[in-house]
Design a protein around this ligand. Structure first.
Ligand SMILES: Cc1cc2nc3c(=O)[nH]c(=O)nc-3n(C[C@H](O)[C@H](O)[C@H](O)COP(=O)(O)O)c2cc1C
Length: 389
C-alpha cells in the first residue's frame, strides 16, 4: 500500500481516471443533459462557509450516530451504486471497507455482486430497490434481501430514463462478446492495470445484475433488467406505502427534493428520507440537494430521519449537511473513485478522508459532537436555500 494512500477524494478521482478505461470512467462521472444539477451539487457546498474559533475548542469530538437503527462510527452512509466493471471485487470491496470503518452501505439492485456475498462482508447493508416489474417481482426481491440479512430498505424512485449528455455517453455493451471486445479494445489496452486486475481475478466484467433475479435464478443482463424497469408504470403513493408495509423494517425513500413529497413519504410510513437528485444523473435543472435540505428537514425532521445525498466529497461537506438538518450524509461517487484507484483499500482511504475531515472541522468550529451542529455553524449566503413544493 505504501505510496498508494491519497489525501483527498479529488486525488482518488484523478487516479481513477488514469486507471479506468475511458467508458468506465465516463459511466461514473455520469450526469445528465447539460450537467447543471451535477455541477450545482458540488458548487453549492462551495457557497457554504464556516466561522472558525481560535482557542477554547474541545479536545475530543464525538462522531458516532445512528441511522435506520444502525450504529455508525461517523455520520456517513455509502450510497447504492451499480458498480459495473470498476473493480473485480465490486460491491464486496465496498462492503468490506464500510464494515472495517463502521458505516452502513446501500447495495444497488443493479449491483454486480449478489446480495448474499455483500451482506456477508458487511452486515450493515441496506438493499436498494427500484420500482421495476410486478408487485410480486418487487416483493420477491425484498424477500431475498431479507433472507440475506439486509437491515434496511432504500427505495429509489427518482429516475426518468433520460440519460442524454451534451458531452456524450459511454459505450456500454449488453455483454462482452467479440464485437464489443473489438470496439472496447483500444481503451482497455490503454489501461493494462485495470485489465490485469480482471484477468488475475479470472473473469472479465459479467455486466449482469444478479439482485434483479429471485434467489437461485440466473442473473439478467443489465439492459434486460433496465428494459423491464423502463416498461413499469411509475409507482403511486399507495405503492410506496405498500413497499413500506411489505418490508416491515427500516425504510428509506431516496430522491425526495420537495417538501410536499417529504410529507407524503411520512404519511406512507417511511423511516428515513434521502434528500437527493440522484447525483445529478436524473432531471437536469433540479437544484443541488443541499439547497433543498433545510426546508425538508424543517418540515419533517422531527418525524423521520433526514439524510443528504449528492455532492459530498470531504468531511467539511458532511459537517455542512448536518448543520443544515441532516442526520448523516450519503456518498456515491467518492467511494467509487477510491474503489477504482485501489479497491477495498481505496474505499477505506476515502472513508478515512471523510472521517478525519469531519473531526478537524468540528475542532475548528468548536463543536464537541456531531449532535451539537446547527445552522448557526455555517455561513449561508442569501438566496442559497430553495424550498421546493
Ligand atoms: C455510477 C453511478 C451509479 C449509480 N447507481 C445507482 C443505483 O443503482 N441506485 C441508486 O439508488 N442510485 C444510484 N446512483 C446515485 C447514487 O446513489 C447517489 O445518489 C449519487 O451518486 C450521489 O451523488 P454523489 O455521487 O455526488 O455523492 C448512482 C450514481 C452513480 C454516479
Amino acid at each position: 500500500m505504501a505510496g498508494r494512500w491519497f489525501e483527498s477524494v479529488a486525488v482518488a478521482q484523478r487516479r481513477a481516471r488514469r486507471r479506468l478505461p475511458r467508458s468506465v470512467y465516463a459511466a461514473i462521472v455520469a450526469g445528465s443533459e447539460r450537467g447543471i444539477t451535477m455541477e450545482d451539487n458540488l458548487a453549492a457546498f462551495g457557497e457554504l462557509g464556516f466561522a472558525p474559533r481560535v482557542a477554547g475548542q474541545p479536545a475530543s469530538r464525538e462522531l458516532e450516530t445512528t441511522l435506520m437503527g444502525q450504529q455508525l462510527s461517523f455520520p456517513v452512509v455509502v450510497s447504492p451504486t451499480g458498480v459495473q466493471a470498476v473493480h473485480p471485487e465490486g460491491e464486496v470491496a465496498i462492503a468490506r471497507a464500510a464494515a472495517s470503518r463502521g458505516v452502513a452501505a446501500g447495495l444497488s439492485s443493479f449491483a454486480s455482486k449478489p446480495v448474499e456475498e455483500v451482506v456477508a462482508a458487511n452486515p450493515r447493508t441496506f438493499f436498494q430497490l427500484y420500482w421495476s416489474g410486478s408487485r410480486d417481482d418487487i416483493a420477491g426481491r425484498m424477500e431475498r434481501a431479507r433472507a440475506a440479512g439486509c437491515v434496511g430498505m432504500i427505495a429509489t424512485l427518482d429516475w426518468s430514463f433520460d440519460t442524454a449528455r451534451d458531452w456524450g455517453s459511454p459505450f456500454i455493451p449488453d455483454r462482452l462478446d467479440a464485437r464489443a471486445a473489438l470496439r472496447l479494445a483500444p481503451e482497455v489496452l490503454a489501461r493494462p492495470a485495470w485489465l490485469w486486475s480482471y484477468l488475475r481475478a479470472g473473469a472479465l466484467p459479467a455486466l449482469t445484475v444478479p439482485n434483479m433475479a429471485l434467489r437461485g435464478e440466473p442473473a439478467p443482463s443489465f439492459f434486460g433488467a433496465y428494459g423491464e424497469w423502463m416498461q413499469t408504470p411509475p409507482p403511486t403513493w399507495d405503492d410506496v406505502a405498500w413497499m413500506v408495509s411489505t418490508w416491515r423494517g427500516p425504510f428509506m425513500l431516496k430522491g425526495v427534493m420537495r417538501v410536499d413529497d417529504a410529507k407524503r413519504a411520512v404519511d406512507a410510513g417511511v423511516t428515513a428520507i434521502s434528500v437527493s437528485n440522484h447525483g445529478g444523473n436524473n432531471l437536469d435543472g433540479t437544484p443541488a440537494s443541499i439547497r433543498a435540505l433545510p426546508a425538508v428537514a424543517r418540515a419533517v425532521g422531527d418525524q423521520v430521519e433526514v439524510v443528504l445525498d449528492g455532492g459530498v466529497r470531504r468531511g467539511s461537506d458532511v459537517v455542512k449537511t448536518l448543520a443544515l438538518g441532516a442526520r448523516a450524509a450519503m456518498v456515491g461517487r467518492a467511494p467509487l473513485w477510491g474503489l477504482a484507484a485501489s479497491g477495498q483499500a481505496g474505499v477505506e482511504n476515502v472513508l478515512d478522508v471523510l472521517r478525519s475531515g469531519i473531526d478537524s472541522t468540528l475542532r475548528a468550529i468548536g463543536r464537541s459532537s456531531v449532535h451539537e451542529l446547527c445552522d448557526g455553524d455555517v455561513v449561508v449566503p442569501a438566496g442559497f436555500v430553495r424550498q421546493l413544493g
